[in-house]
Design a protein around this ligand. Structure first.
Ligand code: DGP
Length: 139
């Protein structure tokens, strides 16, 4: 088990202390748009349990993350009209992980076209509009 710091940014988002552009939520996961997207419609799926990375994630939450990923991928394909979706998940600082609460990235587009990881901030009004479209496509 890796030591979990409950002051990480995604823990604060899960507690409602920091706003997010939600695309999907159920009792085990929250999915929202990345504020530093590597492509338009970049979604992060965050399980509602204290897990730093994959090794710490209980299987019931892994199942919930993957179940929500299937719904979100379908919505991304419909809304963004991109068939390719890159699924990424970093384990440990040595892999480039920067937020130490497990999260799956779903990034529309081709691997070789993606923006740099954590490069620039997106426009919040655009994220809000896109999140609404994705929520509607999932519902
Ligand atoms: P990783 O390097 O895999 O830990 O990715 C962290 C991602 O989280 C990165 O793509 C940027 C994103 N991110 C960082 N802070 C925030 C935030 O406050 N809100 C949202 N929505 N995304 C964030």
């Amino acid at each position: 088990m890796s030591a979990y710091d409950s002051n990480n940014i995604f823990a604060k988002i899960l507690r409602g202390e920091i706003p997010n552009h939600t695309v999907y939520e159920d009792e085990k996961v929250l999915a929202f748009l990345d504020v530093m997207p590597q492509a338009r419609g970049h979604v992060l799926i965050v399980p509602k349990t204290q897990a730093v990375e994959l090794s710490d994630l209980p299987l019931e939450y892994a199942q919930a993350v993957f179940a929500s990923a299937k719904k979100i991928i379908a919505a991304q394909r419909k809304v963004l009209q991109r068939h390719g979706i890159v699924q990424m998940q970093l384990n440990g600082q040595e892999a480039g992980q920067s937020v130490f609460h497990y999260h799956m990235h779903l990034i529309p587009g081709h691997l070789h076209e993606l923006e740099e990881h954590e490069d620039k901030m997106a426009d919040h009004a655009e994220l809000a509009a896109l999140a609404a479209q994705l929520r509607e496509a999932i519902a």
